[in-house]
Ligand binder design. Sequence first.
Ligand SMILES: Cc1cc2nc3c(=O)[nH]c(=O)nc-3n(C[C@H](O)[C@H](O)[C@H](O)COP(=O)(O)O)c2cc1C
Length: 205
Amino acid sequence: MVAKVGVIVYSTWGHQNTLSDAVFKGVQKSGAEAIMYQFEETLPQEVLTKMYAAPKPAYPVITPDLLAELDGFIFCFPTRYGRAPAQVSTFFDRTGGLWASGKLIGKFGGIATSAGGQHGGHETTVLTTLPFFAHHGVIFVPIGYAKSEISNEESIVGGSPWGASVVAGGKGTLPVLDSDKVVAEYQGENFGTIVNTFLKGKNAA
Ligand SMILES: Cc1cc2nc3c(=O)[nH]c(=O)nc-3n(C[C@H](O)[C@H](O)[C@H](O)COP(=O)(O)O)c2cc1C
């Protein structure tokens, strides 16, 4: 029995769609079953059009029930003022039933993100999302400095010990770098390996 790992994305301008592809690839490499979902959009299409938002991917929308079926999940979402977008908070506002029944206790969670600026919230976005995990009993999986790309001092790159990330630029015009994808793929593979190993041990006990 392999672990079921959801990669759950929210993106306005597409950086997170690209980053989550790399996370997904990494989870697949680990041998875990990888499933893509997206957070439900809460903005009207009229507003998204005015924001020049990218088209949405075709993934199913995550629901509390679908989340509870997973052994672990990696969220991929951009920063909003150094924290999670409202779309993610809105989703968690619907998880009171899961909290009351302890359905997420002992599951694993990871986070990948992006910010316009180099210092715009790569780490705080993950840190300020942890209360959702703690209150649900979800075990947070960081990545440390496992990949040398995270410690690059030669150029501006994404990635931190908290998880993969992207510097999107003030106007969102900077690309997702190959090094960001390397970190994201590692995050997915490491996460999938940990959840798989945990499940094997649990089932053997
Ligand atoms: C309302 C709003 C708030 C934002 N707040 C920040 C911020 O605090 N720091 C920052 O660097 N970027 C900020 N950004 C930029 C986004 O994080 C950036 O465009 C995003 O990471 C790009 O990812 P995407 O292409 O997947 O949407 C903000 C964007 C919006 C729309």
